[in-house]
Design a protein around this ligand. Sequence first.
Ligand code: GLU
Length: 447
Amino acid sequence: MSSIVQQYIDIAKKRNPGESEFHQTVEEVLHSIEPVLEKHPEYIKAGLIERLIEPERAIIFRVTWVDDAGKVQVNRGYRYQFNSAIGPYKGGTRFAPNVNPSIIKFLGFEQIFKNALTGLPIGGGKGGADFDPNGKSDGEIMRFCQAYMTELYRHIGPQTDSPAGDLGVGAREIGYLFGQYKRIANMYNESVTGKAVVYGGLNGRTEATGYGIVYFANCMLEANNEKMAGKKVVVSGFGNVTWGTVTKLDELGAKVIAFSGPDGYILDEAGVTGEKIAALLELRNSGKNICAPYAEKYPEAKFFAGKKPWEVKADLYIPCAMQNDIHLEDAKKIVANGAKFLCEGANMPCTNEAIDYLMSNGIIFGPCKAANAGGVACSCIEMGQNAGHTVFSLDQVYAQLKNIMVSIHDSSAAAAAEYGLGYNLLAGANIAGFKKIAEAMMAQGIV
Ligand code: GLU
């Protein structure tokens, strides 16, 4: 292990004690960029890495709201404005009970490189709150979003920071967040993305992350002389990202045979296709568990309660649920299943140990910061649409999304090849993203 990199990992651990998710992403990225640092001692001299691992600004605030029973509720809100070297901070907002500084910092750090990979002018940021939207009434969700934005609005803006959705923040929450922003800022602009099309949102933004993942996975297959049509695929989760992924996989002729929910997983050898995808979307929108009701509706499907889908044999795995879904023991099952490809859909769904095992056992690995960048790329296109007071068609968006995903794949593959690492998309994505950020930071002086 290089001492250059290790000293920065140690700094990150010391300065952010107990923040295991943040440590995990810093370790992953810094190990990959080690050869770039060896080639560029001027980066070390300029303190570039110490600056990169320290957020430019962190906003932590109380969110006070009143529930339906009239009780005062207090949550904690966050916005980490991590790096603005190549553009205004851009990144999602996560509402989940386990949200804490470590989770938001890992997401914000990832976002810096992801956004750089898109080739668009957006810096990295992330926000959220330890608020659980499950089981809340519509009125409670609205009051929470309004209270959250009442503090946040002063820290965001088209040239400063533009939040969007993430886990627990979908179209409804974005509507309430934007409505409150507009009310108190008295500005109708691109400070929030992921809006509904009718009030400035981008055609195709909803499915962009999932479609982008499949375009990226398709590039991985093609680069290895394989085709998507006929491939057996296992996914996890059934949120917005999984929905877009499954829809595009189905369109390209791949067969999704398993997916998971909080209650376990479904094995449907006949394939999750056509009408079944629509039924799943309806189940998801009902806010209840999805697997057990799916198995009731489609008796050919088998429900494995409380289990993860990684034991199912497939050609391609796309974990779309959340961080650290695939541990070493799951990676061992995937390798034993004879799989060839794994493409991350969620943010950091594999532990570093799992990634090492998968890659050293011949699995072709697609890292999330490259594969799921289609969502934020389309958010940036939405910003451009709003700033230009115009509307882009669905065809324009899909074409641009596809080009961006192909270019992310190609630039990641090229960066790895440039450093003699072969077809290593994990290292390549980190290197390609880092090079852009580093160049911009060097040009802007010690700030
Ligand atoms: N939360 C998404 C992500 O992880 C989207 C962010 C955005 O659209 O700004 O990239």
